[in-house]
Each structure stands twice: as structure tokens, then as C-alpha cells.
Design a protein around this ligand. Sequence first.
Ligand code: SF4
Length: 376
Amino acid sequence: MSVRYTYKDFKSILNKMRFIDNWFWCRYTLNPYNDCEFACTYCDSRSHKYHLHPDFDQEIFVKTNVGTMLDNRLRRARTLLPDVVAIGGTCDAYQPAKAEFKNTRTCLEVLLKHHYPVSLSTKSNLVLRDLELLSNISDDTWCTVGITVTTVDEELASFLEPNAPSSHIRLETLRQINTYAPNIQVGIHLMPIVPFLGDDEQSLESVVRDAKESGADFILFGAGMTMRDNQAMLYFTKLSKRFPDVIEKYEQLYQTKFDPDTGYVGRDLPQGYYAVRISKIMLVLCEKYGIKSRTKRYIPNDFRYWNYKIAEEFMNESYIAQMNGKAWTNIFWAGQNIQNLRESIVDVAERGDLQSIRNIGSELEEHILRELKEAN
Ligand code: SF4
């Protein structure tokens, strides 16, 4: 069935988040298109919460005037500060969507003009056509490209991601970015790790090894594949036809009972023990192959400099604790609150007011003071 492309006006193009994303370090999100023709079986964007089209992978909405809208938004917004824009959260920014639309490129040009850094996630080699532009953004501020690879087993990939380029092409894309634009931070988004299909140690190791061989700077992994409403029903329906043997395991993991005639009732995320077990395996593999499980973040050259540096350290610590099933929330929120400050943490420290920041107690206060002292 061929995909339809429909031009559509949208009221806004840039979404500002209250808290910076802990994985991609983004403050803003931007989707140049609505819906996605890669049609991944597990795609979370199909769930109701994103309010996308029922024919998610059959009709792609091409947002009109994205360049003008984004330019106006960035020129007129007095409250916005340049920060990381994640492109393509609910669509792949480089899905085929006919080469002539070039919505992603248009947005990148505007972001470069306004000195906004960019985080991109894609399964497509079409990203290579904008390599020079992405490299310019990286030189200007910061640019990270994550190539999504969930498995290197091509047969499994064709079930999970039927219309996306093969895993081989994706790894080759990574290699080319690394070769021709080494200033771009490039790595693998191993997300979602799909339960019981490619989540065994050997399969995970194949992805990590191939990523390393392709020149990945990092692997961001996510062991929390979501299951929600119609997305879960579609996934279960396809799974029951192709891999009926794992249905029972999914029912246990998501505490549900699959019934094709009813809606989905169950957990949004797998039970906690699963994510911890898989994350521990991944951390060991990253260590073994000498590949980072986090990305270096964008650090602005203004009053936020120390806020972001200290927050990065706190967020990284909380991430590793979470992956290992340890307490992580206090340091996570301390990091979030620091990076949301409207003044420099150096000024707060000089006033002796660090404990007025939520989640900062005497221990973290001491830590911050020591760090600021060492930096001077
Ligand atoms: S590429 Fe991403 S947005 Fe597109 S269908 Fe796959 S998971 Fe969904």
C-alpha cells in the first residue's frame, strides 16, 4: 500500500519542556512531520497520548511553513534561551517523506541561524544528505546524532521495523558520520530493547560490538518498552502471529492478558526487575567494549554554564544508580532543579543559599562548593 502525503498547517512547531530530558539533554522538541511511514511494530507514537492519526504509517502530514514558523518563534520569544532541540520524537525526521519536502533540513537551517544545538534520532541513511549542515551546527554549538538499532538480526528487524532501512545500512550510516563529520557526537540508540526478542546477552553484545566497530561514541539504551492502548493491541496482535511462544512471557511482564477482542489493560512499562536486569547487562557490555552509556551534554556559555555542568554530573550519577536498581530520585531532582535555575549557581553559592534549591541538602551543598572551589 502506498503512503499518502498531506500538507497541513499547524499552529506551533516548537515545544518547550518544563524539565530537560535526562537522556537526550533536550529542552525543546520538534517534529517536522506528523506520523511515520517506517511503521515500527512497537512504535509508542501510535498510542492515544500523542493524538496522532489512526493511519499512522499510511498518511504522513507534512507540516507547512515550518521554517517561517520556527524562525518567528525563535526571533520573538523573549523567554527562550538557546538549548538542545530534539528533532523527531514522534516521527523519524528522515523518513522517506519524499525528498522534496526537506522539512527537517529547513528546521536545521533555522536552528543554526539562531545558534540552537540539536539532538537527532533516526533509523535512516537520508540523514547523510544533511551531514554538512549538522557538522556546522556541531561547530557552532553542539550536535548529537543517535542512529536507532534495536537488533542486528535483519529478519527480526524486518518484523520490528518493516519499512526502515536495514540495521546494516544504519550502522554504515553511523560509520560515515563518524568518518566524514567527526565533530558530531554520534552513537546508537538501542531503544527500545524489545523483551524476549533480541534481549538475550548474545544479541545485545552483537549490537554493542557492531556499534563499536562502526565508530559509535555512545550507546543509549532503554529497557522500558512501553505498552499503551491501541499500540499495545497492535503489537500483541502481530506478536501472536509471528512469535506466539512469547505471548505468555509478555503477559507476565506487563501483567496483562491479551485478548484481541478487548482493549489493552496492563502495565505501561515492564516490571522493574526486568529493566534492572537488562540495564546491568548493558552496562557490563559497554564497559567491556569501552563505549559510553551516556552522551556529553551541551554546556551553554552564559550564566547556565556551572548549572549545566553540575547538573550533568548529578544526572549521570542518578542514571547509573537507577540502572542498578538503587535510590536515584533525590539526586535526579537536585540536578533538574539546578538546571532550571534562572541565575548562576555560583551566585547562589556566594549568597550561602544552596540549600534553598529543592533536593539540595548539606551533603550535596558541600559537594557543589568543593567543585566550584576546585574550578577556580
Ligand atoms: S521510526 Fe520511530 S517514530 Fe517512526 S515508526 Fe519507528 S519508532 Fe515510530
